[in-house]
Structures are given as structure tokens and as C-alpha cells.
Design a protein around this ligand. Structure first.
Ligand code: SF4
Ligand code: SF4
Length: 366
């Protein structure tokens, strides 16, 4: 059976426009009639950033979805990358405090966790995820962006935020290479996919270039939804003009389980022209059987290292706090020997003060 993916044009975040588009998607998918009793709405709340910065799921979309679902008990929650700041700051800046006020649906903190056990490459792994998954199904309200480590973030990567607090950073130190991290993501997704009720990706304005936090905004003009997260991400990749196999976690998923056959329902999908996706050439080359051994040898030189721009840095220490291996000192110097190139510091810097410097080899292939 084919996985249905519903797509609707949505040209702006104006409340009326978002409401009309979301209502259309709900009608096409008929999800209103099957909403579970307990529903957790999980936006992409990566960082404490204003909606117009395009780093987080837009609050107008979140509010509309929350209103349209008629579940008996609804909550909104996410766990950002840097947990050393009060969560209320994130709720305010991202516009979610207003969503909660306007709808009466509470925002929740992912303070307590339950352990999720699964296998990653034959090894048993345990990760702490929010305890809400014991009773609530997840409405995954993701954002379409490029990503320094996983090439693209949409539905599947957004579920990583169900993992509580600093554990997300620690996992980066366990699964260091982009391949290992994507492999982890696929195994993690396989363990939680039954908890996901629906995915709706905010692809109205997406992020290209240095995503997920320091790229440029690009108007892409769609809402993309479905209950199969992998199928939804495949359509997202099509929208930004790349093949699913160019995204490491989808390639790994394909090798392990096979990619689903997708049936698109709704508006016509017109891929966005010249959407800038860094790292894509490298991945295409790495998937070539002929070149792979040579490129894997070279991979050690594919380094992308974070650099602080002192003129932009405001000394908030978000980068230092999120670093899983303590590679950033009190005076904000990087210890290159310790650094595992996870780019978490780059993701969380609220002032775009960290840029990624690529090695010569990496520049050649990206
Ligand atoms: S680089 Fe960014 S995150 Fe780090 S201290 Fe400066 S402003 Fe804060
Ligand atoms: S310095 Fe940045 S890129 Fe390096 S390990 Fe720490 S958080 Fe990751």
C-alpha cells in the first residue's frame, strides 16, 4: 500500500492564509475524525528565536493545528538543544507562549523521561525521551531546513527533540560521524514511529544554506503532511530539488527497510529552483560504489570546523554549554583536538556568530 502525503500551497504566514491551507490539508487527510484522545504537539523549537528568523516552526501554523485537532487532552512541548536557559524564554521568543494563551492549551516541560531501548548497528542503546510519550501520541509539527550534519531536517530529525535535555548533545559524542548519527536517527525513528500520529512540515518559508540556524530564508510555499514520516521527508526532499538518497538518513532507511511508495494528494508539487543544499555533492560522491573507498579515505579531511566571529559574539556562552565534549573554553577558544565537529555550537548560537569553515577537501566537494 502506498503512503499518502498531502500537500497544500500556503503562500504566507498570514493567519487567514495559514488557516485556509491547514484546513484544506486536514480535509484531504481526514485526520480530524481520527485524532487520538491525548495529543502532544511537537514543534521545532531549536533555539530561542523570533518566528521571522525561520529557525523554528511558525506559531501561526502551530496555533491553527492545535485549534483544529479535537483531542480530549492536548499539550505543546519540545526540548531545545541548549537547556541551560529557562524554557519560558524559548516559549516567549518563538511565539508559543502566545499560542498557549490564545488556545488555552498548556506548554509542557520535558523534565522527566522514560528510557527507550533499541538496537543501533547491533548494539543495544538506551535514550531518555519525554515521559509524555507514555500517554500521548505525537503531532510532529516540523520545519523544513538544511542541516550541517544530516543535509536536511524535516519530519524525522524533528523527532530527535523528544529526547530530553543535554542527552541530545551527549548522543552526538557517541555517534560522531554524519553516517553514524544518521544511522542512529533511523534506529531511533524505528523505535518511536508508532507513537507518531501525524507529521506536518512547515515549508512555507524554508531555510537553505547554513541551516538549521544560520542559513538564508527561501520562500517555498507549501504545507506537507502525512502519517508516514519517511514518506513526508521524501516529498520534502523533492521540493528542495534533491533525491531522497542524497539525504543520509533516508539512504540508510532505504538500505534497511526500503523506501515507501508515495502517493501525493492535493496541490501539484513544484520543486524550488536552486535551493542551496551544502554537503550534497559529497554525499552523492560517497554513494558511488566506485569512488567510495577512495572518498572514505579522504573523509577525514572533509572537516567542517566552527569559528567564532568576535564582532558578532555577545558572550552568551550558549555554544560552550551545549558542547558535548567540553571543547570550548571559558574565553571561548576551541580545543580542536577535543572537537568532534558535531556543529551543535553552530546550531545554538543565537547571534549567528559562529560560521563553519570547511577544509580544502570539503570545499572541493560541497
Ligand atoms: S559564539 Fe554565539 S553562542 Fe557562543 S558565546 Fe558568542 S554569541 Fe554566544
Ligand atoms: S566545539 Fe562545537 S562542533 Fe566542536 S564538539 Fe563542541 S559543539 Fe561540537
Amino acid at each position: 500500500m502506498k503512503s499518502k502525503v498531502f500537500i497544500v500551497r500556503c503562500i504566507s504566514y498570514e493567519q487567514g492564509v495559514v488557516e485556509e491551507a491547514t484546513q484544506k490539508l486536514f480535509d484531504l487527510s481526514n485526520i480530524k475524525s481520527v485524532c487520538p484522545e491525548y495529543l502532544l504537539f511537537k514543534p521545532n523549537m531549536l533555539s530561542a528565536r523570533h518566528p521571522e528568523e525561520g529557525v523554528t516552526t511558525h506559531p501561526a501554523l502551530l496555533e491553527t493545528i492545535v485549534r483544529l485537532c479535537n483531542s480530549q487532552k492536548k499539550i505543546i512541548g519540545d526540548s531545545p538543544a541548549n537547556i541551560n536557559k529557562p524554557i519560558e524564554l524559548y516559549w516567549d521568543k518563538c511565539g508559543y507562549a502566545n499560542v498557549s494563551k490564545a488556545t488555552g492549551i498548556p506548554l509542557v516541560k520535558f523534565t522527566n523521561s522514560t528510557m527507550l531501548k533499541f538496537q543501533v548497528a547491533g548494539q543495544t542503546t538506551e535514550v531518555p525521551v519525554t515521559e509524555f510519550i507514555q500517554n500521548f501520541k505525537v503531532f510532529n509539527v516540523a520545519k523544513l531546513k538544511t542541516h550541517g550534519l544530516t543535509i536536511m531536517t524535516a519530519g524525522l530529525k524533528n523527532l530527535y527533540g523528544l529526547i530530553t535535555g543535554f542527552n541530545k548533545s551527549i548522543l552526538h559524542s557517541k555517534f560522531i560521524s554524519p553516517y553514524d548519527f544518521s544511522n542512529f536517527l533511523v534506529s531511533y525513528y524505528a523505535a518511536i514511529k508508532n507513537l507518531v500520529f501525524f507529521n506536518l512540515v512547515d515549508a512555507v518559508v524554508s531555510m537553505e544554506g547554513d541551516g538549521p540556524a544560520a542559513g538564508q530564508l527561501k520562500h517555498t510555499g507549501y504545507l506537507i503532511g502525512g502519517s508516514d514520516t519517511v514518506a513526508v521527508d521524501m516529498v520534502c526532499s523533492k521540493l528542495i530539488g534533491i533525491k531522497p538518497e542524497d539525504i543520509p538518513y533516508l539512504k540508510i532507511y532505504k538500505d534497511l527497510y526500503g523506501l515507501p511508495a508515495v502517493e501525493i494528494i492535493g496541490d501539484t508539487l513544484t520543486p524550488v529552483k536552486k535551493f542551496l543544499v551544502p554537503g550534497i555533492k559529497r554525499n552523492r560522491l560517497l554513494s558511488s560504489r566506485f569512488l567510495k573507498p577512495f572518498l572514505l579515505f579522504l573523509a577525514r579531511y572533509f572537516k567542517a570546523i566552527p569559528i567564532i566571529d568576535p564582532s558578532k559574539c555577545r558572550h552568551c556562552y550558549a555554544c560552550k554549554e551545549v558542547c558535548p565534549v567540553n571543547a570550548i573554553s571559558k574565553n571561548l577558544k576551541f580545543n580542536r583536538k577535543k572537537c568532534i565537529n558535531c556543529l551543535c555550537c553552530f546550531e545554538v548560537c543565537p547571534h549567528k556568530a559562529i560560521r563553519v569553515k570547511k577544509s580544502f577537501i570539503a570545499r572541493l566537494f560541497t
